[in-house]
Design a protein around this ligand. Structure first.
Ligand SMILES: NC(=O)c1ccc[n+]([C@@H]2O[C@H](COP(=O)([O-])OP(=O)(O)OC[C@H]3O[C@@H](n4cnc5c(N)ncnc54)[C@H](OP(=O)(O)O)[C@@H]3O)[C@@H](O)[C@H]2O)c1
Length: 222
């Protein structure tokens, strides 16, 4: 398995709860993290918050473009509405890099959350189409940002489905999940199967609303 403490992980949308939460946990695991933002100042402010919470860790903030250039692996943690434009604008910086997409294309109406149709099949497949020279994977769709931010939760106690067509890339992403205490990265199939993984988040949000929880997934018999 890759020694993930040798990697630099960039996080697009690192100022939001999902990106910052994963960055906080990775930084505590000894990984070098760069929080990306549309504004370098906001990125650095979020990184300062992570450092204040996590202590002596490697975490800095840059704009998304500089974060992409600095990173070996990037996590895409921006809203679905900004997904295509951001990735298209960073195609050159992401050549040859592992891209982890955790974006859930969801809509909300009176009946609650629902999966939006995506022309390419899924957010991850849209990323693959926009970044033909990157190593696109999909993971971390079902991890609660609330739990990530709550450091009184020492063990995340959840599985992470990791999808992709590049075996070595999915192994690296599984190792990044395994680096967070209580989290287990599990290969979850090819990228063409990402739609239902993204869509399952609508079910989890419905569960959370009914049971006042922050539900995740567990794969049995492994
Ligand atoms: N929240 C969760 O529990 C959770 C769990 C699993 C997966 N996810 C997925 O993770 C992604 C991020 O979730 P979140 O709750 O952290 O989202 P968020 O707070 O709405 O957005 C994250 C960051 O993205 C940047 N952003 C906003 N609009 C953008 C645009 N149009 N283009 C580029 N960047 C933009 C903003 O940072 P700057 O203004 O600093 O650029 C913002 O702080 C979503 O796609 C979501 O489906 C979330």
């Amino acid at each position: 398995m890759t020694d993930v403490t040798e990697l630099t992980v960039g996080v697009f949308g690192g100022t939001g709860p999902q990106g910052r939460g994963l960055a906080l946990r990775w930084a505590r695991a000894g990984i070098d993290v760069v929080l990306g933002s549309r504004s370098a100042e906001r990125g650095e402010a979020a990184a300062a918050e992570v450092r204040a919470l996590a202590g002596d860790v490697r975490c800095r903030g840059l704009d998304n473009r500089d974060a992409a250039a600095a990173a070996d692996v990037v996590l895409v943690a921006v809203p679905w509405e900004g997904h295509a434009a951001l990735l298209e604008s960073l195609r050159d910086e992401l050549v040859g890099k592992i891209v982890i997409d955790c974006v859930n294309p969801l809509g909300f109406d009176k009946q609650g959350p629902f999966a939006l149709p995506v022309a390419e099949g899924s957010a991850a497949q849209q990323a693959e189409k926009l970044l033909p020279e990157s190593r696109v994977t999909a993971a971390f769709h079902h991890v609660s940002a609330v739990h990530l931010a709550d450091l009184s939760i020492a063990e995340m106690a959840t599985d992470v489905l990791v999808l992709g067509d590049d075996r070595e890339a999915t192994d690296v992403v599984r190792a990044l999940a395994d680096a967070i205490p209580g989290m287990r990265g599990i290969y979850g199939g090819r990228l063409r199967n990402a739609h239902q993984v993204e869509a399952l988040t609508a079910n989890l949000i419905a569960i959370n609303r009914r049971y006042k929880a922050h539900a995740g997934v567990r794969i049995t018999d492994l």
